[in-house]
Design a protein around this ligand. Structure first.
Ligand code: AQP
Length: 344
């Protein structure tokens, strides 16, 4: 196989492109929410930014995982990133646990993270309520690891959907705290606001966000679902007892479907309301299902091609780990020196 060159995010010239970084957990096949809210935008941003994208496998450990399943999900998630159009020739793509600096800086930053701030994190509250039998320390300190994931690559921007704002604020606070004690250690990243597809909701409980670890398979669209499965899930989507397709407060189910349809087709809500005036929810759900199935078709096909050659995928993530380690260790060495750890 031809060697794929990974794009080293920090070896940029003064007129460098801005650096952008994000990650996704290997907790299941990506959903339509992950795709529209994150990965599809990542594919577009890699044209204008120097991007680094990673599989956040260390984060997935905050919830108990089956080892064999996690391994498979991690390699599949990596292949999915590539299938969604993340191009290792343009972006740095790697697996978090392959780069030791993440865990190491995570510990250091935990020592600069405040208990009060950690205890206010929505994700900690949500996940500890959902997994009351396993409220572990990682679930509590994960924002410090997330700050390390980001700050190691000195990005200018982190793309944030609605659910991620708090994490970036936490990261910025830690970076500012360290910079104010030790001088310039980190670039303080700004939010890159993702408007389109910012939050896709569950098809069964449209007040909850669509999640890949939802136990109800009808609640989410997996990006590898077959077209007929996608159309059927949309047919079953929870809506309301009215009949007109319009975007209005309280119509959470229809609002969600309109938002999905609008992101994919580029049609405005007014246009959608006009196109479906006089038609029932059935017609609209079918149209949404069909456009989603069409949007995901190339991803599914590319994923099948990629996973047929496991060695090729391994070569890409090994190369990614090597390049990412090189970049991350430069930041880590700088931090260690600044805070007073003795050099080897
Ligand atoms: N429903 C969503 N709508 C829009 N964006 C979403 N994202 C997740 N769900 C939606 C975005 O996907 C990126 C990666 O998320 P993640 O896998 O790291 O964690 P998550 O947000 O916890 O995603 P899930 O699917 O809900 O995973 P589980 O079920 O394991 O907790 C992020 O940029 C996120 O904003």
């Amino acid at each position: 196989m031809e060697e794929v060159k990974q794009n080293p995010v920090q070896e940029a010239k003064p007129e460098r492109k801005k650096i952008m970084l994000s990650g996704i957990q290997p907790t299941g096949t990506f959903t339509l929410g992950n795709y529209l809210g994150a990965v599809r935008n990542w594919r577009q941003t890699q044209e204008d930014f120097q991007c680094a994208y990673f599989i956040a496998d260390l984060h997935s450990l905050t919830v108990r995982q089956e080892p064999a399943k996690l391994r498979k999900q991690s390699i599949d998630a990596f292949a999915l990133l590539l299938a969604c159009g993340i191009d290792p020739a343009k972006s740095l793509v790697f697996i978090q646990s392959h780069v030791h600096a993440h865990a190491e800086l995570g510990w250091i930053l935990a020592c600069y993270s405040m208990f009060g701030d950690l205890s206010r994190m929505t994700q900690f509250k949500d996940k500890s309520a959902k997994h009351a039998d396993n409220v572990n320390a990682g679930l509590f300190t994960y924002p410090a690891l997330m700050a390390a994931d980001i700050l190691l690559y000195q990005p200018d921007y982190v793309p944030v959907g609605e659910d991620q704002r708090q994490h970036l604020e936490f990261t910025r606070d830690v970076a500012v705290r360290m910079n104010s004690i030790y001088g310039s250690v980190f670039r303080v990243p700004d939010a890159y606001i993702v408007k389109a597809g910012a939050k896709i909701m569950s098809l069964q409980e449209p007040t909850k966000k669509m999640s890949k670890s939802d136990t109800n398979v009808n609640a989410f669209i997996s990006i590898l679902d077959e077209p007929n499965v996608i159309v059927n899930k949309f047919k079953r989507a929870v809506t309301d007892s009215e009949t007109s397709v319009c975007y209005r407060e309280g119509k959470d189910g229809i609002n969600n479907l309109m938002s999905i349809y609008s992101v994919i087709t580029g049609n405005t809500y007014e246009q959608i309301e006009r196109d479906f005036a006089g038609k029932g929810y059935g017609d609209f759900k079918k149209a949404v299902g069909e456009c989603v199935a069409e949007e995901l078709r190339p991803v599914r096909e590319r994923f099948a091609e990629l996973t047929a050659d496991k060695a090729a995928i391994e070569a890409i993530y090994r190369k990614g780990a090597e390049t990412a380690s090189h970049v991350a260790e430069r930041t880590l060495d700088k931090v260690k020196k600044k805070i007073g750890l003795l050099a080897k």
